[in-house]
Design a protein around this ligand. Structure first.
Ligand code: ACM
Length: 264
């Protein structure tokens, strides 16, 4: 299976232009799956609820329909971040679109900082089948919660697709490598680059998207501040055994009899 990331700097508020960029990437990518950044269609640094609602779209909607057409033509699926309008709420979502259409919408479970002012948090972690492989989706700050990646891995995820707008230097690039190792899964971090300076707030995004193997090897990495399409060939079989030593299996050795995660 060929999987990749597309790192770029979405133009704030220009959903049509950003979506066209993603469609063009699908047209050129010789891959089964490309992961794009968090809020790839809209940009990130909203300064009001009104501004967010002006950029948000229903699913299906114009962006997901454009991406469905592009995926259908190229045969390559995409996971991309979108501001998803549903009723009177907006979710920080990641859509999984295959050549057959929108297969799944993941709504970010752990909102970061100012996102809490405008977005509604999501409530589920599911695993999708795609071309014989199981995919899990997380969005950016979710990486700081090992329980989220672990839940997906225990549900069978072999590849975690991770659209991001990381701002804390080096943190996400480090933790995602650890999450890949501790769950023995592939991890595709698709981070954005560039800066946003809006309404007196400033953010600098850290780029350095990467694909990590179940043993923690960095299979592809992007620079800090350039657009980059990175694609690698992987064998999903490498994520299927959780054995790390003759007598150790990362999942079977878990001491669920002494962990108290749900009650603390
Ligand atoms: C983030 O969750 N966008 C840092």
């Amino acid at each position: 299976m060929r999987i990749g990331y597309y790192q770029f700097a979405p133009e704030f508020g220009n959903t049509e232009k950003n979506t066209e960029k993603l469609a063009a990437v699908l047209a050129e990518a010789e891959a089964d799956l490309i992961v794009a950044p968090e809020l790839a269609t809209s940009g990130y640094l909203f300064t009001s609820r009104e501004e967010l609602f002006a950029c948000a779209e229903p699913v299906p909607g114009p962006s997901t329909e454009r991406l469905t057409a592009a995926a259908g033509k190229s045969g390559c699926a995409i996971v991309a971040g979108i501001a998803e309008l549903k009723g009177n709420k907006v979710y920080n979502s990641a859509v999984f679109i295959t050549p057959d259409g929108v297969e799944y919408v993941y709504r970010k479970v752990h909102l970061f900082n100012g996102e809490k002012l405008y977005f509604t948090r999501g409530g589920g972690l599911d695993v999708m089948d795609y071309r014989g492989v199981k995919l899990g989706l997380l969005v950016c700050f979710d990486h700081m919660f090992p329980e989220a990646a672990r839940t997906l891995a225990l549900k069978g995820a072999e590849i975690i697709c991770h659209p991001s707008n990381l701002v804390l230097p080096e943190l996400g690039q480090l933790t995602t490598r650890v999450r890949a190792i501790e769950n023995k899964i592939f991890w595709v971090l698709a981070n954005r680059h560039g800066r946003e300076n809006r309404g007196g707030k400033k953010l600098r995004y850290t780029g350095c998207s990467r694909i990590v193997s179940p043993s923690g090897k960095i299979l592809s990495s992007a620079p800090e501040s350039e657009d980059r399409l990175g694609i690698v060939e992987i064998d999903p079989e490498h994520a299927r055994s959780k054995k790390i030593a003759d007598l150790n299996d990362l999942f079977k050795d878990r001491r669920t009899d002494i962990y108290e995660l749900s009650s603390l």
